[in-house]
Design a protein around this ligand. Structure first.
Ligand code: HEM
Length: 211
C-alpha cells in the first residue's frame, strides 16, 4: 500500500484550530444575533468570546496563507491551468457525487502529492480561503469597532451593509460545516480523509480516487 504525504504539519495545525474556532464563532455568533431567543451565555460573554476567537483565527489564517505562499505546495491549488479542462473535471466530479457514487462508480479523481484535491475542491477551497474568509475577516474587524472604523463603514454603505455581508457569509459557513465533513467522509473508508488530516498521509493504492 502506498502512503502519500499530502497534508504538511502547518496545514494540519491550521486546519484543526480553524475548525474548532469556526464552530465556536458560529455558536457565539448565533448567541449574539438571537440574544433574546437563546440563552447559552450572556450577550457580553458571547461578544467577548467572538472577538477573541476571531482574532486568533485571523492569525491562524496567515499560517495557512504564508505556508502556501512560500512553499511549492501551492501547486496543489492550481494543478490545471486550462479553464476548459478544469470545468470538465469539475463536471465529472459533480456527476460522481450526484449520481455515480450511488452506483458504485470509481471516483474520477486520482490522488498524488501535488494533486491532492479534485477540481471541485481546489476551486471551492480557493473561493473560501481567498475570498470568503478574507471578506469575513474585514467585515468582522469593521464591526468590532464601528466607531473607530466609521469612515470605512460609511464608504461601504453603512453598518447594515457590512453586517449583512458578515451574516450572509456566516450562513454559508454554517452550511459548509455540515457539507464539508460529509464530502470528506467519502474516501475509501468513511474516516480515511479525517485520519489523513491528523497524520498527513493518505493511502493511495486502496484509494485511487478521493473526494
Ligand atoms: C467540523 C469541522 C471540520 C472537519 C471535520 C473538516 C474536515 C476536513 C478534512 C478531513 C479535510 C481533508 C480532506 C479533504 O479535503 O477532503 C479538510 C480539508 C480542508 N478543510 Fe476542513 N474540516 C472542518 C472544518 C473546516 C472549516 C470551518 C473550514 C473553513 C475554512 C475548512 C476548510 C478546509 C480547507 C481549505 C481544506 C483544505 C486544506 C489544505 O490542504 O489546504 N474546514 N477538512
Amino acid at each position: 500500500m502506498q502512503r502519500i504525504y499530502v497534508h504538511p504539519l502547518p496545514v494540519r495545525i491550521w486546519h484543526w484550530i480553524n475548525a474548532l474556532g469556526f464552530i465556536a464563532l458560529i455558536v457565539t455568533g448565533v448567541q449574539i444575533r438571537y440574544a433574546g431567543l437563546i440563552g447559552l451565555m450572556s450577550f457580553r460573554t458571547a461578544v467577548t468570546l467572538h472577538n477573541w476567537i476571531g482574532l486568533v483565527l485571523i492569525g491562524n489564517f496567515f499560517v495557512w496563507f504564508f505556508f502556501y505562499l512560500f512553499s511549492d505546495k501551492i501547486k496543489v491549488y492550481h494543478p490545471e491551468l486550462s479553464p476548459m479542462k478544469h470545468f470538465r473535471a469539475s463536471f465529472r466530479q459533480l456527476q460522481f457525487y450526484g449520481y455515480g457514487i450511488f452506483k458504485g462508480d470509481p471516483n474520477p479523481h486520482h490522488i498524488s502529492a501535488y494533486h491532492k484535491f479534485n477540481a471541485m475542491q481546489s476551486m471551492t477551497y480557493q473561493i473560501i480561503m481567498l475570498l470568503l474568509v478574507p471578506l469575513q475577516i474585514c467585515t468582522g474587524i469593521l464591526l468590532w469597532d464601528v466607531r473607530r472604523f466609521s469612515g470605512m463603514v460609511e464608504l461601504l454603505g453603512g453598518v447594515r451593509v457590512v453586517d449583512t455581508v458578515h451574516v450572509l457569509i456566516f450562513i454559508f459557513f454554517t452550511a459548509f460545516i455540515f457539507i464539508h465533513p460529509y464530502l470528506a467522509s467519502l474516501g475509501h473508508t468513511p474516516t480515511a480523509h479525517f485520519k489523513a488530516m491528523f497524520t498527513g498521509y493518505e493511502d493511495a493504492e486502496d484509494d485511487p480516487g478521493r473526494t
